[in-house]
Design a protein around this ligand. Structure first.
Ligand code: SAH
Length: 283
């Protein structure tokens, strides 16, 4: 299909031998790739890709060697330093290297570390941002990451630190008090301690929450729950990562905006889920 997609006329950059392009692939749906990513896929000699990059996207670089460098929580996986040095070696060997990472390379993706290693070894690079799961994934679930009636700020946190535990460095009280909406990456396995920390910090057990699994892919599943019930509901559901957890009243908007359900012919559950009693666009 992509061969038939003509990139619009503009000065597309050339992926030259010896360069690495560090590129976000978006959360899953290949349609969420950027045009820069497509331009890169067409030129690469080698694509070094992560676990969360869909096969269908790799099919768009049939000329390239595909190297898996996945890291999935809890499973044996390539060491970060080895991945970074592999990129250096490939570039020094004169390859056109596309490093393809899920979502956005600089959002909880260690893209900064990889880029730094490249720079330290004198390898020229380009960064291509991508749609992050915490924004695009929620949009596919019909949840606006900001909504004027709900939140003027949003906090993105990781539920997972380098040792695989809930990050102890996070000030859950400050996050709780400072942000109406909290979007948690890598939080599924630690939903228990995370929800306890938020409840201890004063968030309401009835607060709406959503768990969006494999967002934007054909396997997308969404669990609507509350902060008090989330950990148990995740356990009972048997849902698997990758998942984004969203805590906050913006989750209610899904009752009006679950556009995928509407495509499937289901009517919106509630046209005014925040109970504003007025048209959405009025001040
Ligand atoms: N750089 C990525 C995040 C990498 S960390 C980005 O910007 O999206 C990996 C975590 O991202 C997963 O544990 C999960 O929390 C989230 N994630 C990535 N892709 C996802 C998807 N399709 N659906 C749900 N969560 C996803």
């Amino acid at each position: 299909m992509t061969e038939s997609v003509t990139l619009p006329e503009t000065d597309w950059p050339e992926l030259s031998p010896g360069w690495v392009w560090l590129c976000g692939a978006g959360p899953g749906d290949p349609g969420l790739l950027t045009l820069h990513a497509l331009n890169a896929l067409r030129q690469a000699d080698v694509v070094v890709y992560d676990a969360l990059v869909e096969d269908r996207i790799l099919d768009w670089a049939p000329q390239a060697e595909h190297i898996y460098a996945g890291k999935r929580g809890g499973k044996p996986s390539a060491k970060q330093r080895d991945i970074s040095l592999r990129l250096v070696d490939l570039a020094k060997a004169g390859k056109r290297v596309l490093r393809l990472k899920g979502g956005d390379p600089f959002v909880f993706g260690r893209g900064g570390e990889e880029a730094q290693t490249l720079v330290q070894h004198g390898v020229p690079l380009r960064i291509i941002p991508g749609i992050s799961a915490g924004i695009g994934g929620l949009a596919y679930a019909g949840i606006p990451v900001t909504h004027r009636d709900v939140n003027q700020s949003v906090t993105f946190v990781t539920g997972h630190d380098q040792s695989g535990q809930t990050p102890s460095s996070l000030n859950w009280r400050a996050i709780s008090e400072g942000s109406q909406v909290i979007v948690i990456y890598m939080g599924m396995k630690h939903a228990g301690p995370i929800t306890s920390a938020l409840l201890d910090a004063g968030r309401d057990a009835d607060e709406p929450c959503a768990v969006v699994c494999s967002a934007t892919t054909r396997d997308q599943q969404v669990l609507e729950t509350t902060l008090g019930a989330m950990a148990k509901d995740i356990e009972d559901s048997g849902l698997e990562p990758p998942a984004i957890l969203c805590v906050g009243r913006s989750v209610l908007m899904r009752q009006a905006l679950d556009w995928q359900a509407m495509i499937d012919g289901q009517p919106p559950r509630d046209l005014d889920p925040l109970g504003r009693g007025r048209p959405a666009e009025s001040a």
